[in-house]
Design a protein around this ligand. Structure first.
Ligand code: FE2
Length: 379
């Protein structure tokens, strides 16, 4: 079976009343990490995030320290256990540093919880109201793949820096932003034969649609393969591709992830930029490592994608990939994993009309990934 496009690719606003889980986008992404102070510094120094808010013993939160950092519409929270927080410590022991929460912005967190749990969602947090002098935030949540959760955040009545429990964080050290705008999509790796059950979960429990499907013929190299289905919510603001490993001659990159993460979890976060050459130049200068793309990739690029606005020189120097679909083209690049385990990595993406995910780049990309996997002795 070839790639199928199962629904219109344009963002179609749902008719009033037919979306039982209206989402306004990603609210924040929370990572459980071994050292939140240092992780926050890394994301500020390398990715250009700005200090936003802090929660910890000084703000009345005894068991953990959390640093919220922000760049445009993208908010990360780095959390570490301090004492008496086995749940966070166990998560880090099992998975290493990784994504725990993909929080979604809603108008009504109580309704989001009721609608999703009614449809079979497994509750992580019942609707809970948090208050401080800046107002109130209502949160609720459900479990998704692995130990990952979705938290619904209703912050219509809140004017504080981030969330009750947090105080403004002004450490006196900031770096320049690098042009990261918002979360374009967030990809989950799930186990053998688990893609379709999770597709069903997003369809039935969260009202998402399957907008693209890639089978192992689309995404395979000489050695390894994977399959992927892209799930999107009604207005297209939230997209979750789901990958599962497929049989190949050698170990699939998804399998390597599952081995080292000890289960299912977030594989990569794709962040949008309006000027990928500028953003990636700055990220590289600050030490973010990207996958090396064979320079032969650029030999056939003009005939494959046709005219693009960007000069080929900088794209080739930086290793930026280009792909075209019916609606336009996109530019993208993938970092190496940002932990010692070969788990979470980042994608930087600039869309120029295209709403797809770079299918034409899969082969070049996975060959580059396998080179890294081979160096780790895991291919
Ligand atoms: Fe991606």
């Amino acid at each position: 079976m070839a790639t199928t496009i199962a629904a219109p690719k344009k963002k179609v606003a749902p008719k009033a009343g037919d979306d039982f889980l209206p989402l306004e986008g990603t609210d924040y992404i929370e990572f459980y990490v071994g050292n939140a102070k240092q992780a926050a510094h890394y994301y500020k120094s390398v990715f250009g995030f700005q200090s936003l808010a802090y929660a910890g013993p000084e703000t009345g939160i005894k068991d953990r320290a959390s640093y919220a950092i922000r760049q445009n519409k993208l908010t990360f929270v780095l959390t570490t256990p301090i004492r008496g927080s086995e749940q966070i410590a166990d998560h880090i022991f099992k998975h290493g540093d990784g994504v725990k929460v993909i929080a979604l912005k809603v108008k009504d967190a109580t309704s989001a919880w009721k609608e999703t749990t009614k449809r079979g969602g497994n509750s992580y947090m019942e609707p809970t109201t948090l208050k401080d002098k800046h107002g109130k935030v209502v949160m609720s949540g459900i479990h998704t793949y692995g130990d990952t959760v979705h938290v619904f955040v209703e912050r219509g009545d809140y004017a504080g820096p981030f969330m009750p429990g947090f105080e403004k964080w002004e450490p006196g050290f900031e770096t320049k932003e690098v042009g990261l705008l918002y979360c374009d999509h967030c990809v989950g790796n799930v186990g053998w034969n688990q893609m379709n059950p999770w597709v069903k979960f997003y369809e039935e429990v969260m009202g998402f649609r399957n907008i693209l499907t890639f089978d192992d013929k689309d995404i395979s190299t000489e050695y390894s393969a994977l399959m992927s289905k892209v799930m999107s919510n009604g207005n297209g603001f939230v997209k979750f591709p789901i990958n599962e490993p497929a049989e190949g001659k050698k170990k699939s990159q998804v399998e390597e992830y599952l081995d080292f993460y000890n289960g299912e979890g977030v594989q990569h976060i794709a962040i949008a930029t309006g000027d990928i050459v500028k953003t990636v130049t700055e990220l590289q200068k600050r030490g973010l490592e990207f996958l090396n793309i064979p320079s032969t990739y650029y030999d056939t690029l003009p005939e494959r994608v046709g005219h693009i606005d960007e000069d080929l020189g900088p794209l080739k120097r930086l290793g930026i990939l280009v792909d075209r679909d019916n609606e336009g083209y996109l530019l993208q690049i993938f970092s190496k994993p940002v932990e010692d385990r070969p788990t979470l990595f980042f994608e930087i993406i600039q869309r120029k009309g295209a709403q797809s995910f770079g299918k034409g780049n899969f082969k070049a990309l996975f060959e580059a990934l396998e080179k890294e996997q081979d160096r780790r002795g895991n291919l």
